[in-house]
Write a protein of this length. Sequence first.
Length: 643
Amino acid sequence: MTPPLLDVRGLSVDFHTPDGSPVHAVREVDFTLRRGETLAVVGESGSGKSTTALALSRMLPGTGRITAGSVLLDGRDLAAADEEELRAVRGARIGMIFQDPMTSLNPVLSVRTQLDEVLHAHGRGDRRSRRARALELLDLVGIPDPHRRLDDHPHQFSGGQRQRILIAMALANEPDVLLADEPTTALDATVQEQILQLLGKLNEETGTALVLITHNMGVVARSCARVLVMYGGTVVEDGPTAEVLTRPRHPYTAGLLAAVPRLSARSGTRLVGIPGSPPDLSLPVLGCAFAARCGLADERCASQAPQLEATGGDGHHVACWHQDAGRPSAVPASASASAVAGRETSRHPVAVLARGEAELEARLECEGEVDGAPLLEAVALRKEFRRRGRAGRRDPLVAVDDVSLRLEAGETLGVVGESGSGKSTLARLLAHAHPADGGVLRVRGQDVTRPSRQALRALRREVQMVFQDPYASLNPRMTVGDIVGEPLLVHGIHPDRAGREARVAELLELVGLDPSAAHRLPRAFSGGQRQRIGIARALAPEPSVLLCDEPVSALDVSVQAQIVNLLADLQRDLGLALVFIAHDLAVVRQVSHRIAVMHRGRIVETGPVDSVCEFPQHAYTRTLLAAAPDPVPSPSPVKAPAA
């Protein structure tokens, strides 16, 4: 058997808090990686996935330190290497794709400069050859018109396009090991498929080993031969992907799989989350870290930590005292996305959105809409952005083109499409964060396309947004109480402090947080908790419409299930109307009543969500459905490399 390219043994990482107490982020992690092998690392936020990846190339932030173990790259221990050795390894032999592109890309430097820097640091050619390589990389990761976009800055790209630029930087020097930390989180299904194909091609043709950190089980099933499940900083299960995803032995793995939304599930299906929260790693863990959340736990689980042991001759290992009992009777089957996408014979009531006000009214009559003004209505909305092109020209970019829609109280409209298709721009038009260049916007029958200051204030109270990145949209210097209470002060709902504090406590309870959270800062909360804070803030002025722009894309599957169920409960209890923008078609199907598919700034198909998903009419919709990853491995899963 060939020696492993990367051999990790007993890896442990601690962080030290301001009071000096350690946080045991990673504890005794073991795994090997051979050339051409693909390994997925899954688990909830805080399980130690990203910390493990950063520790491999000694890029731990702040007070993070490797306290035990070794990281052997071709026999050289990186855990004991000096900085000069590490600089030669980082970016050349080990590439890293980070999760958040906006914090990883320099906002004041062009894409050309940042790609050139990566190549120049490792002596890759002269300036002309580096420019040619930069264009080749942008084309490789699917950036349209790379010659035109090479001198653009990160803020001029969509979220998915920025992620592609990060991937291009990581691939620039053709590394031996690629560490991909949630590389497809911000990407829609088609671009996600392109990136996975790209990584797979690189893996096959150059032998680059891939460590893929993700919460998307469909991505794991499609692209990785082995999977490592982490919880509480330790490995609780590992083995062949097909075996782990179809016959999980650990209750935690079974819980993660149960929380995964399925494209085959019909609208309104409630997601199943894992109750409770991950353990506090600053406290000692005496027994099984999952015991407090496990329905099978007994006294032994609370007092004795199980060791990772083989459970058969197929390389499947589990750390659980109840591994046989933890095995679910059946993992929910999922219909093949490609089979669903291929149905073209039956038609749903509305295939392609009619444009123009008269056509829109006729279409709504066909759908059986009730008479009277809808809660929110857009007719032929248009938005252009102008950017400086060659020779100083101001080239127009049409982000939203002739889009019409309507939304009734208590209804959820799902909006899907590729990055750059205009989804987020449409949300900002509906909230009047961007003024429309054409068309009409009405709320409760009133034209608010070009509102007065007073009308705009009323619109901002009626229509609120829940943003994709909860941490970036929360002021890190304000307490949660001040963040949630600020809309109350702005709109004069509770001018007295006592009234605001009482209302903030109600809102925090409404979204499942303890009222005592009001006195803490956003950094003290997990990603899912911060998203709940963002939802509480949006609910503060008592809106009728919530515009949810990718509200769960950055969350792991268990927290995603909690947030999706929370939004469904709030809609039922408060009568809210939702515009739910997402790239995960399975999530959109389960939360939406109707769906609108956007492509190049236009809505190309719309109708009842179950009908669109089962009987798509537009070729682009079928492409989206075919690209949606299935969490159940195919009969021919990714093969492991030969020993």
